[in-house]
Design a binder for this molecule. Structure first.
Ligand code: HSE
Length: 435
C-alpha cells in the first residue's frame, strides 16, 4: 500500500525531530500503522538554512498555505506555534478534508472548541498529544486508559523550562536569568519565555488536561495563573527546612461547587514521587475513583521526545482514517453532545494550605498581632520558624497554615501587611499534600 502523505508546517526543533524519528523508525512505524508515513512537503521561514535532518526528498516552500492546499497531502502536521495564523491554517486544512496533528498547546487551549467543532463537521481528526507534557502520552492515558474512571483531580509539572529553573536554583543556587538562557539554548523555552516563567504555557496545558479529564469545554481564560518569577532562593531553602520542595504545578480538581483550575508555585512534601521530578522532566499525577492515583513521567520538551508524541498521533490517525468518523475516540474524550457545563471555581473560593514568609520587626508583640489576625479569619497555624535577626535587621518569620478558603487568606494578609511591625509584602505559596 502507498505510504500516507504528510505535509509539515514548520521545520524547527520539533519539525526536524519528527523528520528524524520517521526516518529512523520508519519500518517499525509502518508495522504498527499498517502503512508507511512519508513527509512529502514542508514549509519553513528560511528554506536554505542548514538543519539537523534530511529534507532532500521533501518539497519545500516558505508559504505554509501551499502545504495546506496541496491535494496529495492527507495529514497536516502543524509545528509553527502561535495562535492566529495557525488557527487559519488548521481551519483551512480541515476545510480541505485533511486530518491535523499539532503540538500547539496555545492553539488548542484558545481555539480548540472551534477547531474540534469544525473537524467534527468535516469528519476529520485533530490529534494533539504533543501539546501537553512533550513525550508523555498523557492525553491518551486520560482519554482512553482512564475512560472507566470519574477523574477526581490531577496535578502536573507541565512546564519543563520552569522545572529546570527551580531545580537548578535548588541544587546549585544558580541565577534565574542564567538558567533561563540555558533552557532557551537547549530549545526548551517558548519563543516568548514569559510564557514559561509566568505560567501561561502551563495554563494552556492545564486547560487541555482539565477538558479531557472532566468533559468540560476548553476555558483557558478561567485558569488562575501565577508563574515562578517571584520564587526566591530563600523560599526554596525554607521550604526544604520544613520538608517540602517548591514545584510549579498545574492543578485541576473536582471540588464542591465546581472545578478548580489553577497554576502556581506549590510546596509539596519532599517524599512524594512528583516532588523529585527534576530538570526539564515533566510528570502528571491523575487520581481516578477506580484506579486511585497514577503517575506519568517523562521528557516534557525537546526535539525527539516531542516528535515521539507527534509520530504516535500520526500512527493513530493512519490506523483509523478509513473508519466511520462517528466511531472514533472523541477529540475531547467525551462525546461532543455530552460536554458538561460544570462551572470553574473563582480562585477566592479555592481551599488550600499556605506557606507564608513575613518580614517582621524584632519587637515584642508583632508575632502575637499576626497570629491573632490569622485566628480571627479562621486560619490555623501548623508550623512556625523564626530566624535569628542579623544585627538590627528585620526577622524572617515562616509559617505553614492549615487549609483555608483563599478569600479568608486574602483578607488576613491585607490586614497583616498594614501592621507597623511588618515591613514588607507577605510572600505566600500554596501547599498541597497530593495525598
Ligand atoms: N516551553 C515548553 C516547556 C515546551 O518548557 O515545557 C514544551 O511544551
Amino acid at each position: 500500500m502507498n505510504p500516507v502523505k504528510v505535509g509539515l508546517l514548520g521545520l524547527g526543533t520539533v519539525g526536524c525531530g519528527t523528520v528524524n524519528v520517521l526516518a529512523r523508525n520508519g519500518d517499525e512505524i509502518a508495522r504498527r500503522a499498517g502503512r508507511g508515513i512519508k513527509v512529502i512537503a514542508a514549509s519553513a521561514r528560511d528554506i536554505s538554512r542548514e538543519r539537523n535532518c534530511d529534507i532532500s526528498d521533501i518539497q519545500l516552500t516558505t508559504d505554509p498555505r501551499e502545504v495546506v492546499n496541496l491535494p496529495d497531502v492527507e495529514i497536516v502536521v502543524e509545528l509553527i506555534g502561535g495562535t492566529e495564523f495557525t488557527r487559519e491554517l488548521v481551519l483551512q486544512a480541515i476545510e480541505n478534508g485533511k486530518h491535523v496533528v499539532t503540538a500547539n498547546k496555545a492553539l488548542i487551549a484558545l481555539h480548540g472548541n472551534e477547531i474540534f467543532e469544525h473537524a467534527q463537521r468535516k469528519g476529520v481528526m485533530v490529534a494533539f498529544e504533543a501539546a501537553v507534557a512533550g513525550g508523555i502520552p498523557i492525553i491518551k492515558a486520560i482519554r482512553e486508559g482512564l475512560a472507566g474512571n470519574t477523574i477526581q483531580w490531577l496535578a502536573g509539572i507541565i512546564n519543563g523550562t520552569g522545572n529546570f529553573i527551580l531545580t537548578e536554583m535548588r541544587d546549585k543556587g544558580r541565577d534565574f536569568a542564567e538558567v533561563l538562557k540555558e533552557a532557551q539554548q537547549l530549545g526548551y523555552a517558548e519563543v516568548d519565555p514569559t510564557f514559561d516563567v509566568e505560567g501561561i504555557d502551563a495554563a494552556h496545558k492545564l486547560t487541555i488536561l482539565a477538558s479531557i479529564a472532566f468533559g468540560i469545554p476548553l476555558q483557558f481564560e478561567k485558569v488562575y495563573t501565577e508563574g515562578i518569577s517571584q520564587v526566591t532562593q530563600d523560599d526554596v531553602s525554607y521550604a526544604a527546612e520544613l520538608g517540602y520542595r517548591i514545584k510549579h504545578l498545574g492543578i485541576a480538581r473536582r471540588a464542591n461547587g465546581g472545578i478548580e483550575l489553577r497554576v502556581h508555585p506549590t510546596l509539596i512534601p519532599h517524599r512524594r514521587l512528583i516532588a523529585n521530578v527534576d530538570g526539564v522532566m515533566n510528570a502528571v499525577l491523575v487520581k481516578g475513583d477506580a484506579v486511585g492515583p497514577t503517575l506519568y513521567y517523562g521528557a516534557g520538551a525537546g526535539a525527539d521526545p516531542t516528535a515521539s508524541a507527534v509520530v504516535a498521533d500520526l500512527v493513530d490517525v493512519v490506523r483509523v482514517m478509513t473508519s466511520d468518523p462517528e466511531n472514533r475516540v472523541p477529540h475531547l474524550a467525551f462525546q461532543p453532545d455530552a460536554i458538561s457545563d460544570l462551572s470553574i471555581l473563582p480562585m477566592e473560593e479555592v481551599e488550600t494550605a499556605y506557606y507564608l514568609r513575613l518580614q517582621a520587626r524584632d519587637e515584642p508583640g508583632v508575632l502575637a498581632e499576626v497570629t491573632s489576625i490569622l485566628g480571627e479569619h479562621g486560619i490555623s497555624i501548623e508550623a512556625v520558624i523564626q530566624k535569628e535577626p542579623e544585627d538590627g535587621a528585620d526577622v524572617p518569620v515562616i509559617m505553614l497554615t492549615h487549609k483555608v478558603i483563599e478569600q479568608n487568606m486574602n483578607q488576613a494578609l491585607a490586614r497583616i501587611e498594614m501592621l507597623g511591625g511588618i515591613t514588607d509584602k507577605v510572600t505566600r505559596i500554596r501547599v498541597e499534600s497530593l495525598k
